[in-house]
Design a protein around this ligand. Structure first.
Ligand code: AMP
Length: 470
C-alpha cells in the first residue's frame, strides 16, 4: 500500500489549506492509520507518544466533525496544562479559517474569567480533568452535550492519579458517541479504561513504536533480589553446547557485580557497559561473537546495536523500566528463525510492570517455576527466603493471625502492632477480620521484624500464631 497524502482524504478545505500553510507534506504513520477511521465516526485506540503526530491524528477528525456554532461538541482531556496548551494551539493551527472556538480549561487560572469565556460559547474544550470537573459543577461546561471525547496520554493520566476524575467526567458525557484514546503504554488500568470507554475500537500504532515482537519463548519467574542468582544458575545449567546468553541488568554496577559473581562460580562470562573504552568493548564483543565467551552481561545502552546471531537466551536479570526496552532486549535472540528463549526475573512488587510490558505489546509472558536442575549439575546459589517474592505490587506481605473479630477491633490490633514492633503506621496496611482468623498486611521491609514480634509477644494474653499467606 502506498503512503496516503493529505489530499487523498478530501479534507475540509479549511483544514487542507491550513496543512499546506504549515508545510506538512504527508501524514505520519499514526495519522494515516487513525484519521480515516476516526472520520467515519469509529472509536480509536492509538498507541503513540509525543512526536508521533498524535495531536493531528485526533485533532483533524475532531475539527472536521465540529461546527462553529458556539455549543460544546468535543472535549480533549490532557494530563498537564502544558500539553493542553500545546494541543489547543495545534488544533487552532489545523482548523485554519474554520472559526471553531477552541478553549483551554486548566487549573491555576482565574475561575471567573474562564467562566465568562466559556459562557460566551465554545465548540471544543481542551483541558485537564480537575478544572473541567470544577467548571462543569459550576454549570459552565455542559458535559452531556459532548459528542466526541478524546483522552490524550492516558498512561500519564493514570500515573498522575487522574483516573477517578476521568471516570467522573466520562460518566457525565451521556451524549458521547465517539471516543479517541491515545497512550504510549498500556498498563492494566489503561486497558480496562479502553474496554470501558470505547466501543469496538480500531487499534492504531505509530511507526516509532511499531517494533516486531520476536517469535520466541518468553517466561517470567517470580524471584526476589536474593534469589536471582539461584534462578540464573538453573537457566545456565540447562543451556546446551553452543548456546549463548545475554543477561541484562539495569545498572553498570550490577553488570560488573554479576560478571564477577559468575566468574567466581566458574562461569566464563564477560561484561559490557558504557564506561568501557571502545577498543575494550570491541574485544569483548569479538570474543562473544566468536563464541569464546558464552555469557555476556550488559546494560541496555551497551547492548544497543549489538548484532550477534548466535544468542539463544536472553535473561532480564532486572526487569527494564521502559516497556520498549523489553522488546529490544528479547529481540536479541531468535534471530534468523533460530529458536530462542527469554527469561525475566520479577519481584512481587514488579508484577504490575510485567503486566504493563505484556499488555503494551500484546504478548503473553507466562509465570513459571525456575527450570529443574539437570542431573549432575550443582546449584549456583542456595535458595533463600526472600520477602520480595511474596509481597504484592504495593510491597505488602499478608500475615494470618489466630485472632477473630470477636476478640479485638482492627484499630486495637493495628495500634498494638505499631506500638510493640515500633514501626510507622504506614508499614501496616489493610487488616481484615474473620470469625476466628484475621489477616494483616505488613510492608515487606518490616515484615520479618513484625512477624518476629508477633511470634514472641502475647496480644491481650493470647498467642497470635502469625503465618505468612503466600
Ligand atoms: P505531536 O506528536 O502531535 O506532539 O506532534 C509532533 C510535532 O510534529 C508537532 O510539532 C507537529 O506540529 C508536527 N507534525 C505533526 N504531524 C506532522 C506531519 N504530518 N508533517 C510534519 N509535521 C507534523
Amino acid at each position: 500500500m502506498s503512503t496516503p497524502t493529505f489530499s487523498d482524504w478530501d479534507l475540509d478545505s479549511d483544514i487542507s489549506e491550513a496543512i499546506k500553510g504549515m508545510g506538512w507534506e504527508e501524514p505520519t504513520q499514526i495519522q494515516s492509520e487513525s484519521i480515516p477511521v476516526a472520520r467515519k465516526g469509529k472509536d480509536v485506540v492509538g498507541q503513540a507518544r509525543t512526536g508521533s503526530g498524535k495531536t493531528a491524528a485526533f485533532g483533524i477528525p475532531i475539527i472536521e466533525s465540529c461546527g462553529p456554532n458556539g455549543s460544546l461538541q468535543s472535549l480533549v482531556l490532557c494530563p498537564t496544562r502544558e500539553l493542553a496548551v500545546q494541543v489547543a494551539e495545534e488544533m487552532n493551527n489545523l482548523q485554519g479559517k474554520k472559526g471553531l472556538k477552541i478553549e483551554t480549561v486548566y487549573g491555576g487560572t482565574d475561575i471567573e474569567k474562564q467562566a465568562k469565556l466559556l459562557d460566551k460559547g465554545v465548540d471544543v474544550i481542551v483541558g485537564t480533568p480537575g478544572r473541567v470537573i470544577d467548571m462543569s459543577k459550576r454549570g459552565h461546561i455542559d458535559l452531556p452535550a459532548i459528542r466526541i471525547f478524546c483522552l490524550d496520554e492516558a498512561d500519564r493520566m493514570l500515573d498522575m492519579g487522574f483516573f477517578p476524575d476521568v471516570l467522573w467526567i466520562v460518566e457525565k458525557m451521556t451524549g458521547r458517541s465517539q471516543t479517541l484514546l491515545f497512550s504510549a503504554t498500556f498498563p492494566q488500568e489503561v486497558l480496562d479504561a479502553t474496554e470501558e470507554f470505547t466501543n469496538d475500537p480500531v487499534h492504531v500504532m505509530s511507526e516509532d513504536l511499531e517494533v516486531e515482537v520476536p517469535e520466541i519463548d518468553q517466561f517470567a519467574i517470580k524471584v526476589g533480589r536474593l534469589n536471582k542468582m539461584w534462578a540464573l544458575g538453573r537457566i545456565v545449567a540447562n543451556m546446551s553446547e553452543g548456546d549463548q546468553m545475554l543477561i541484562f541488568t539495569n545498572t553498570k554496577r550490577m553488570v560488573d557485580m554479576l560478571d564477577e559473581r559468575l566468574d567466581r562460580q566458574g562461569v566464563d562470562s564477560a561484561a559490557l557497559h558504557g564506561d568501557m573504552a571502545q577498543n575494550k568493548r570491541e574485544r569483548i564483543l569479538d570474543s562473544f561473537r566468536d563464541g569464546k565467551k558464552s555469557i555476556l552481561v550488559a546494560t541496555d545502552v551497551a547492548a544497543r546495536g549489538l548484532d550477534v546471531d548466535g544468542i539463544t537466551h536472553v535473561v532480564n536479570y532486572d526487569l527494564p523500566d521502559e516497556t520498549e526496552s523489553y522488546v529490544h532486549r528479547i529481540g536479541r535472540t531468535g534471530r534468523m528463525g533460530r529458536s530462542g528463549q527469554a527469561w525475566s526475573f520479577v519481584g512481587g512488587s514488579e508484577m504490575s510492570q510485567l503486566d504493563k510490558i505484556a499488555n503494551t505489546w500484546g504478548m503473553t509472558i507466562p509465570m513459571v517455576d525456575a527450570p529443574e536442575l539437570p542431573d549432575g549439575s550443582k546449584e549456583m546459589a542456595r535458595l533463600k527466603e526472600d520477602w520480595d517474592e511474596i509481597s504484592d505490587c504495593f510491597g505488602m506481605v499478608t500475615v494470618r493471625l489466630s485472632l477473630g473479630s470477636g476478640d479485638a477491633s482492627k484499630l486495637a490490633l493495628a495500634d498494638w502492632i505499631v506500638d510493640q514492633a515500633r514501626v510507622p503506621e504506614v508499614a501496616i496496611g489493610e487488616i481484615s477480620m474473620g470469625d476466628s482468623e484475621s489477616t494483616v498486611e505488613v510492608h515487606v521491609k518490616k515484615a520479618s521484624y513484625v512477624i518476629d514480634v508477633l511470634k514472641s509477644r502475647d496480644f491481650q494474653g493470647r498467642r497470635l500464631q502469625p503465618a505468612i499467606v503466600n
